[in-house]
Write a protein that binds this ligand. Sequence first.
Ligand code: AMP
Length: 457
Amino acid sequence: MSSFQQLGLSRPMLTNLERLGYKTPTPVQTSAIPPVMAGRDVIAMAKTGSGKTAAFGIGLLEHLNVRHFAVQGLILCPTRELADQVAKALRELARAQANVKILTLCGGVAIGPQIGSLSHGAHVVVGTPGRIQDHLRKGTLSLEHLRTLVLDEADRMLDMGFQEAMDDIIARIPGQRQTLLFSATWPASIRSLSESYQREPVDVRVTDGEPAPDIQETFYEIQPGQQTDALAAVLSDRQPASCLAFCTTRQQCDELAAALGERGFSAVALHGDLDQKDRDAVLVRFANQSVTVLVATDVAARGLDIKALPLVINVEPARDSEIHTHRVGRTGRAGEQGEAVTFCTPSQGHRVSRLEVGRDAPLSWGDAVALMAVPDRPRPPAMRTLCIAGGRKEKVRPGDILGALTGEAGVPGAAVGKIDLFDFQCFVAIEASLASKALRQLEQGRIKGRKFRVRLA
Ligand code: AMP
């Protein structure tokens, strides 16, 4: 087993890693940090949870010349959620170095404030390709001093159609640079991306040490038009605390979520038509367990950071086995058992046959007739979400909200779940049975001496 000391890191970085509780490097860190530190290009196969952010982030930060106030590192990510996570992790890793400025530049929010932040300078930029391209076109971002480019979740960026944007961005970056490519899967398109943009990359593929996910997969043959009934039946039968159901179109997401809602299930749709504010609200409510079923398109579900989902349902079989693997891989994470269910109509059989290729065992088919006989038994969500019309910009902090909720015979602290703070609003999960009491408490009381509008989401 290696240690961080053996990887050639600076003393302040080592002390900071210790403080962060990173005792031993993960497999991808052990293999990637030395070449990254040596300035080599690296292509790494690594998923979220493998420690990949530190695998590229540590070397990137160690190479920064903090006194040179120019963008020296750029990390391209497929989604805003991932960019936010990466920036947060980098800020923690950078704590040992004084005054490292890390900026996120993503779409879905106003560009004006980003231009303002850029004018103050930054050492590292984390962002989504579309918005980075916008800034390059406007001339508000300069990459002429860039030393390290990271393509994070490169396979997802390609899936999401960012190839052209990436080409355009990379064309504006100095050729003399280090390029680090991270991808969860290894299709030909990733290999050709590497060939286009990397120089003799060190190939880091770690599979050792990662336990094979424990996922039970079942397929059901259903008739066209039975999707809602089949979904309701699986939910009633399995009673998952959380479930992600994949659809192909936005319209199908909306229709299914509405139909489930009418039957008493707690379900919401997530798709690309939602604006950022609604998307935030949906993701927060799903992650804090006040919504049980998220009905999503593949694209909308990218970058979703929800660990250990007990159940994933494919309302239709995915078009290819890579998408199927991506979907199913969202359950059974972190060594926990997961379950994946796929519905298939007779005319979709060819898609399922494609999934069969390369598997060790035949697909396992369930009894659809028995399934359809299961009566509706919606599982109510454990939590409800209070939405407070005040956030970071009003200097509201989680502690203030917790204080307002639990003070003066309010709700017990144990009944308060996740608190998600945004610029202008805040979401608080409360045990469902105490949600009305919590609402009254906040309506009557004050947060930081101020009254804010509060409602149940
Ligand atoms: P990532 O795969 O980059 O999303 O990282 C997954 C999680 O593991 C993050 O919460 C990191 O803070 C944490 N982490 C990364 N490397 C280590 C390590 N060597 N030891 C302990 N935790 C780590």
